[in-house]
Design a protein around this ligand. Structure first.
Ligand SMILES: Cc1cc2nc3c(=O)[nH]c(=O)nc-3n(C[C@H](O)[C@H](O)[C@H](O)COP(=O)(O)OP(=O)(O)OC[C@H]3O[C@@H](n4cnc5c(N)ncnc54)[C@H](O)[C@@H]3O)c2cc1C
Length: 387
């Protein structure tokens, strides 16, 4: 006999946990299914920290970040715990940068977000830790902050359970079938569940779940690496002395001030090899670490030597845009995917995915994130991940 519930959410990383939290908060019977144990490190939502920022390359994303700050603040209130650490953010555009500063300044201007433009000397005066090439342009936005990855996901799971969601770990979804009478049947190793709608938040494994519907999204999974460095003088890299930074070039790098420990974390964006998420290693990549250490030695010379590295998966869409919406032709199945920049939006994406699942109006236009957009359907679409 199939178990009947209102909604099933497949995958309990940041997006699935937020969606369960939102559906349960609205009083719906929701079951969340996770193939590994909750809090595992095989996906994209583990480790210490993620960047939350307003500076984005389109006004649409800048507006979505405004909702994200509101939703993180609500989560903090509901959970009675601090989750956002505001430290400020520097977007660094070296001469001839592959990423245009204009996309960022015009997007922030259109939405009315305050920021400062600094040159090399202006950065050196405020943050002497940086050593930048002549002609570098910097964009400082004071509200940029750090949100905790693993802890943030756990808090959303706790809130989901507090509202009555049934979260089941070690419960892989094995098959998805749309029912003629409406709704979806979800088969797990423990039996089948029937629901009005299924929300797929399986990131790197999304296509495994959509295969049963004859659907496959053009996703690339890359195995990224973050590295922790131990600075000689950690006080110089404290959150009130060093902002978040993003090197807006190709290759692109990003980094954090000290956060909960006397190390600075940094990584290359889209620097990892394409992998099969079920056959990937967790081992440190010395070559990736060397490339990053070389960049830090030039740009942030006091950041010290690497002390540990950690692997994590990016799931990239060709246009690096989020995926949010029903599967065309299979409307009872909804997909949520962060395109390797989704953590900052997690509480908001959970709310929007719940809106889509229950058929409510959404607080923003989801057209850019539809599954039938050219970036996901046009085989000739030229992928570009650096935005
Ligand atoms: C190194 C790194 C740095 C990042 N930095 C930032 C940042 O600074 N800011 C930012 O906003 N974003 C950042 N991101 C992106 C962000 O972390 C991800 O977009 C986000 O965590 C994705 O969450 P998710 O829940 O969709 O995916 P995941 O956390 O991967 O969750 C998917 C879940 O689905 C489960 N699953 C898969 N198959 C099944 C199945 N058959 N049955 C049941 N469960 C299943 C998996 O086990 C997994 O738990 C970064 C990502 C990485 C890797």
């Amino acid at each position: 006999m199939s178990e009947r519930v209102d909604y099933v959410v497949a995958g309990l990383g940041a997006l699935g946990s937020a969606t369960c939290m939102e559906l349960a908060r609205r009083g719906h019977r929701v079951v969340g299914l996770e193939r590994f144990e909750l809090g595992h490190s095989h996906g994209a939502s583990h480790d210490t920290s993620r960047i939350l920022r307003h500076s984005y390359h389109t006004p649409g994303y800048v507006r979505l970040t405004q909702q994200a700050y509101v939703d993180w603040a609500r989560l903090e209130r509901d959970a009675g715990t601090e989750l956002v650490t505001v430290v400020g953010g520097l977007d660094l555009f070296p001469p001839g940068a592959a990423i245009s500063p204009l996309d960022y300044t015009t997007s922030l201007d259109e939405v009315g977000i305050r920021y400062e433009v600094l040159d090399r000397a202006g950065v050196a005066q405020r943050w002497p830790q940086f050593s930048l090439p002549e002609g570098t342009l910097a964009l400082f936005q004071a509200d940029a902050g750090i949100v905790p990855a693993g802890r943030g996901t756990r808090v959303m799971q706790e809130q989901a359970r507090r509202h009555g969601a049934d979260l089941r770990e070690l419960s892989p979804v094995l098959a998805v079938q749309e029912l003629d009478a409406g709704g979806v049947e979800v088969t797990t190793s423990a039996g089948a569940l029937r629901c009005e709608r299924l929300v797929v938040c399986a990131d790197a494994w999304a296509n495994d779940l959509l295969r049963g519907l004859g659907v496959s999204l053009p996703l690339e999974v890359t195995l990224e690496q973050v590295t922790y460095f131990r600075p000689e003088r950690p006080a110089d890299f404290a959150p009130d002395r060093l902002p978040l930074w993003i090197w807006m070039d190709d290759p692109s790098f990003y980094g954090f001030p000290c956060y909960g420990e006397a190390t600075v974390k940094a990584a290359q964006d889209c620097g990892g090899p394409v992998v099969d998420p079920d056959r990937r290693t967790a081992d440190r990549d010395a070559a990736m670490e060397a490339v990053l250490a070389g960049h830090l030695a030039r740009m942030l010379p006091g950041s010290g030597a690497p002390v540990r590295s950690l692997r994590c998966q990016y799931t990239l869409t060709p246009d690096r845009d989020l995926v949010l919406g029903p599967v065309p032709g299979h409307e009872p199945v909804v997909v949520g995917l962060g395109a390797a920049h989704g953590f900052k939006f997690a509480p908001t994406l959970g709310r929007l995915l719940a809106d889509v699942a229950v058929g409510d109006r959404t607080s923003c236009d989801l057209t850019p994130f539809r599954l039938d957009r050219p970036g996901l359907t046009d085989p000739a679409y030229q992928a570009h991940w650096l935005v």
